[in-house]
Write a protein that binds this ligand. Structure first.
Ligand code: SF4
Length: 304
């Protein structure tokens, strides 16, 4: 298996107390034998494609976004409760127990949201999901959080954890759960087949049928069951995209690519904005630097 040695991982100047613009590029990374395997995930590839500079801050320099949003933590708790549902355990109790761990966490809640309200919405959605009874997972121990690994041409690996493989309305498909406060667009027809994360999962599993089950947290809870078919051509194209992106990363290309264009300014929602602007206040508010980032332990910590 190929391995990678990072030969230059510069901390952001602010980490050492100096303020100067971030460097535009880095020296290429070199592969050597027997050290650390290079492992990619969908999150890494999509972050690189969104902005290579942001990728470098996150995965090479170790700057992670602080978990300040209640919705993100709640989404994880809810997915664990879904696992309990399929194992025929008390899923409402499971949700309470998971979410209880965050009761005193000083999260940012959206307007009108509270810890209790999120729990209430979650329980309603679980009840609605059980009433709908449209999803089957035959073997919850095996078919939830399923790990897939693909070796890339240069010896690096790509890993993905699928939320579930099961059936929706009798059709076998891979399934991704989403919790959100607004409905996903369900038109024009075929729109979901362009979703890059679903294409990625179809590529790594070879399963053409894909689905999003969207749990919409709103006053009257709603669940969307959205299905699509991914073509062989799309899977092959995504495979090529992964290969070329991995090559770019390993060649050390980390130019900023913010995609700024009114009104979609990607920098505004980027957690690394403080680093690009040398704004210490923003860095302290949004980021935490992982200890030991320079030891490449970021490679072990993949977020999917
Ligand atoms: S703030 Fe903009 S330029 Fe800087 S890392 Fe984020 S997206 Fe890229």
């Amino acid at each position: 298996m190929g391995v990678l040695t990072k030969i230059l991982t510069r901390s952001h100047p602010l980490a050492s107390g100096k303020c100067s613009p971030a460097p535009q590029s880095m020296k290429p990374m070199r592969r050597t034998d027997g050290v650390i395997p290079m492992v990619y995930s969908y999150t890494q590839i999509s972050q690189y494609l969104r902005c290579p500079r942001s990728y470098r801050y996150r995965y090479l320099d170790g700057w992670r976004e602080k978990e300040t949003r209640a919705a993100m933590a709640f989404g994880r708790c809810f997915e664990n409760a879904l696992g309990a549902y399929f194992r025929e355990e008390d899923c409402s109790a499971a949700l309470f127990n998971e979410w209880e761990a965050y009761r005193d966490t000083p999260f940012e809640f959206k307007k009108g949201e509270t810890w209790d309200r999120l729990l209430h919405q979650g329980v309603h959605l679980l009840q609605r999901f059980a009433q709908d009874d449209r999803v089957r997972i035959n073997n919850p121990c095996k078919d939830l959080q399923v790990k897939f690994l693909q070796t890339l041409t240069g010896g690096s690996e790509f890993v993905a954890y699928l939320d579930a493989i099961g059936e929706i309305d009798g059709v076998r498909c891979l399934i991704d759960w989403k919790t959100t406060t607004s409905r996903y667009p369900d038109g024009p027809e075929g729109l979901l087949s362009l979703d890059p994360q679903l294409i990625c999962y179809s590529w790594i599993t070879g399963i053409p049928e894909v689905a999003l089950v969207v749990f919409v947290r709103k006053h009257a809870p709603e669940i969307q069951y959205l299905r699509a078919t991914i073509s062989e051509e799309q899977r092959q194209e995504f495979g090529r995209l992964v290969e070329t992106t991995a090559n770019q990363i390993e060649a050390g290309h980390f130019n900023s690519h913010s995609g700024i264009r009114f009104p979609q300014n990607g920098c505004v929602s980027c957690c690394h904005l403080g680093l690009c602007l040398n704004n210490e206040q923003l860095i302290a508010a949004k980021l935490i630097r992982k200890p030991g980032a320079s030891d490449l332990d970021w490679l072990d910590d993949l977020v999917d």
